[in-house]
Design a protein around this ligand. Sequence first.
Ligand SMILES: Cc1ncc(COP(=O)(O)O)c(C=O)c1O
Length: 495
Amino acid sequence: MTQPLYQQIADEYQRIIHSGALKRGDRFPSIRHIMQTQQVSMSTAVQACHVLEDWGLLRAKARAGYFVEDVQAHKQTTSPSAASTATTHPTELPEDWAKRYDGLHQLISQWLAEAEQKPVHIDFMTAVASPSLYPTAQLNRAATSVLRRHPEILTTFARRYGHPKLRAVLARRCAERGMPLEGKAITITHGCIEALNLALRAVCSKGDVVAVESPTFYGVLQALEAQGLQPLEIPTSAEHGISLDALEMALDTQQPPVRAVICMPTLHNPLGCSMSDANKQALVALCKRYQVPLIEDDIYAQTGPEQALGKPAKAWDSDGSVIYCSSLNKVLAPGMRLGWMAAGKWQARVEMLKYSQSRYIDELNQLTAASFMESQAYDRYLLRFQAHLQQLRHCAAQAIERSFGTQVQVIYPSGGMMLWLRLPDDASALELSKRALEQGVLTAPGPMFSSKPRMAHFLRLSYGAVSEAQIENGIRILAQLLPQCRIHATLAKTA
Ligand SMILES: Cc1ncc(COP(=O)(O)O)c(C=O)c1O
């Protein structure tokens, strides 16, 4: 997959610096020069310079512009004790980090790696709820009872494709949402991410084009790149979801043709939007007309009230051409890693791919989840869980209004656990995320959600795993940092 433009420009200058054509202390070309020679926007040129700065190859001098640093000298001047106590700013990531993540969307991979290494006090990035919102005690009791009833469960070979009891419970829950399925049509997976990967492997071959929403969940972009597939980004709005007109045009004219469509029609990540039932039906019909499989990611559906969110798109699938993927990791128990899929006409292929890739899923978890989900206690828990998330969303909305005022725009979704903030047009979400991380506040910058240099002034905030006090505090920190992350401030620094 092609890298973001700013990354390509940064790579090019990195090569020039390493070749010796630009030496330590040399004045680096101005933003205007980069814009003219590379034919790029100001924000792309500035982002490229930020990347080089992060790699330790450039240094900004107040009112003088950028100057070339010497990465070797930079490393030598770092004493061993300083290195061990230093925070892991991108400059301190191993020199070969880019190669390590080659083919895995470098920007996403680098950000995930950095976030792992920094002390985080307020986590607005991980899209799960905090353990206190999940039914920990009930699941623990259920697990104990399963162990008592099946003392050899950990030492017995697990069944292929999933335990019939869990498959049956999931099928019944689907039927309640207007999507009748038989238990044997369901395959249990390691989370939704395995389901998505299997779906792509089942219907695509290396080099194929896959239509995705823009923006889309970064895990989809990594999966596509890892499988050698090309994302084709289709405009998607926070009000209505994927543009069906744009998708139709792509299905009609794109060469090489689109081989699959991946979509989150309900509680989209990161936008939070849900398509109307009529549009979901039209989406299924459109894909069917062009005989292109639709891979539906429905992982957040049960985090919001069903009446506001409608049915899954798969409810309108009459011939098995929708591959439905979901998991219990958002809604029930992130630690169990239980996912599942209904692959329609590709089920046999998916099951064999799963067998060859990761064999079976442990049955203690499956039976534990099934015994809780078949009880009415699960329905009561779901209502409480949704109400908690709604309260946190309300709290985040108030904090955003108090701290940012009219500087940011947000559309508040009817469920899920994330907000998509539109910052001022000249703001760099990546810069804001980096500065916030230095203060222990972890966010997901917009560029992670596109394979192109887009979404530079968008930020995703997940609020499920934080307290109300952390929401208030974290959003105040972000608002305080925002003025330093606007391009006019950067230009003043480099002018
Ligand atoms: C939209 C979406 N799909 C899939 C996944 C991966 O899900 P799982 O953790 O069940 O593998 C996530 C996780 O954040 C997600 O947000």
